[in-house]
Design a protein around this ligand. Structure first.
Ligand code: UDP
Length: 488
């Protein structure tokens, strides 16, 4: 009704199409953005691939959650691959190619047939690695904003990669000296090493179609009319100043999950802390009773271990972590996804010989948890992470220091920043052996490194400040809303 009224007056009601790349980390933070848009009274259609929507429907709790959000709705589009095709970290390249070739015309058709009707989209916020959506928006005259879901530090290193090639700093061989400094990324000259560059830029990977794709999308982002990052000024300000010189309008509105909490608290000051109920992407099924397990542990005594939604480890790597965790003598809550171990010999609930006692006494292994809740629990004193960007931000907000074992993409540079620049993590990249794991987990939980805990507390405080009324992310988000309304 509101919409019809708006039309009568000749106004268009803002209606944003939010379109993430269909991987959990991307969906997670764009779903958070979608909620924030709803909280600002905008209509939102969240575009899922049919494949992901199918996964979602198996999780009724999640579907139920959105009853709280009447201006939110899901819509689906094909990613162009048969439903039975794999879509793991190894297959992302095929997914990208398929979406660019096949999803693009479908999107064009969908948006043109909606034009002029009640479903008309007035603004598109598309994943920064789906630049075809911006092409479609341009063709149809719909303002489009790119949302790059990675850190600004990794975005900037991708942007500078062609300069690194020109200067002869890239390529380098896998067996080259990985501690050799990298000079060609402005703002990072004093601490960046070869090993801190994205896995996409290492060795032969530099010439892979996936790398070409990421670098190409990054160059396009720099020309986008507006660009959103899930970050905050006190965290990435110095690197942001380089990106700002590329001339697009930049909104820094993170950490998004903290901004949601801040906005909800403002709008519903009398609701209990648990309003609205916890939620995730709904794409992975959560295991049960870990909160009771955590409740039974002393404050800051547990290391939470998770390598995100895509990381794949070999059986040997997994065993090294297992030995390291048990030998550390600390409690551990470990997310081992059913599809996380490569090759045969998946562990099938078998605890390796010699580790039975330590595992039963101190460990809890689960397939998926609500990470935000776990990190916010008093019993958690450290996070052994793959340094995915969402995980990094969630740890920052919770004030939990990290041990960082990056796997691919932006994670290598995130972990360098966590250690060297922000002082909130111990970077153990390229070293996942049991002794390193044992020692770093001990150092973390026994608080051997004073600086870690202090920096983690300070950064958590700065994150909270950024999302509070008058903070940098709070204000940037308001500017984003104004620009969406103005363009409608
Ligand atoms: N996550 C979760 N439960 C788990 C493991 C991960 O909810 O058991 C969430 C986590 O909170 C984060 C996302 O999955 O928001 C992973 O995103 P990230 O960018 O850290 O890594 P990616 O999965 O993209 O590698």
């Amino acid at each position: 009704e509101k919409e019809v009224e708006g039309r009568r007056k000749g106004e268009r009601v803002p209606h944003v199409l939010v379109f993430p790349f269909p991987a959990v980390g991307h969906v997670n933070c764009m779903l958070r953005l979608a909620q924030l848009l709803c909280l600002s009274d905008l209509r939102v259609t969240f575009l899922h691939t049919e494949y992901n929507y199918d996964r979602l429907r198996r999780n009724p709790e999640h579907v139920d959650y959105f009853r709280h959000w009447p201006s939110f709705k899901y819509r689906t589009i094909s990613d162009g691959l048969p439903m039975e095709s794999p879509r793991s970290a190894k297959d992302l390249e095929e997914l990208w190619m398929s979406m660019t070739a096949r999803t693009k015309p479908l999107l064009r058709e969908m948006l043109s047939s909606d034009a002029g009707g009640t479903e008309e989209v007035t603004c598109i916020i598309a994943d920064g690695i789906l630049s075809f959506a911006a092409d479609v928006g341009r063709e149809l005259g719909i303002p489009t904003i790119a949302f790059r879901t990675v850190s600004v530090c990794s975005f900037w290193s991708y942007f500078c990669a062609p300069q690194l090639v020109e200067a002869g700093e890239l390529p380098f061989q896998e067996d080259a000296d990985l501690d050799c400094p990298i000079q060609g990324v402005p703002g990072m000259e004093t601490f960046l090493r070869r090993r801190d560059l994205s896995s996409f830029l290492r060795g032969k990977e530099l010439y892979s179609p996936a790398t070409a794709f990421v670098l190409n999308e990054t160059q396009k982002n720099a020309k986008a009319s507006a660009l959103i990052f899930n970050t905050f000024e006190d965290l990435e300000g110095p690197i942001l100043s380089h990106v700002r010189a590329l001339r697009s309008t930049i909104y820094t509105i993170g950490p998004l999950h903290a901004l949601i909490r801040s906005k909800l608290h403002e709008q519903y000051p009398h609701q209990s802390k648990s309003f609205p109920p916890k939620f995730g992407t709904g794409l992975c099924e959560e295991d049960g009773s870990y909160l009771q397990w955590l409740d039974s542990k002393p404050p800051k005594s547990v290391v939470y271990v998770s390598f995100g939604s895509l990381t794949i480890v070999t059986r040997d790597e997994l065993l090294e972590f297992w030995h390291g965790l048990v030998n550390s003598g600390k409690f551990f809550l470990w997310v081992i996804r059913p599809d996380m171990v490569s090759g045969d010999g998946i562990l099938e609930d078998v605890i390796p010989a010699g580790l039975e006692e330590g595992t039963k006494e101190r460990g809890l292994m689960l397939g998926w948890v609500s990470q935000e809740q776990v990190l916010g629990h008093d019993a958690v004193g450290g996070f052994l992470t793959h340094s995915g960007w969402n995980s990094t931000l969630e740890s920052i907000v919770a004030g939990v220091p990290m041990v960082c074992w990056p796997y691919f993409a932006d994670q290598q540079i995130n972990s360098r920043f966590a250690d060297e620049v922000w002082g909130i993590g111990l970077d153990i990249k390229d070293k996942g052996d049991r002794r390193t794991v044992e020692q770093s987990v001990r150092d973390l939980i026994e608080n051997k490194n004073e600086r870690l805990r202090q920096s983690a507390d300070r950064m958590a405080m700065l994150a909270r400040k950024a999302v509070a009324k008058g903070g940098s992310s709070y204000d940037s988000f308001d500017r984003l809303i104004q620009s969406i309304k103005a363009a409608s």
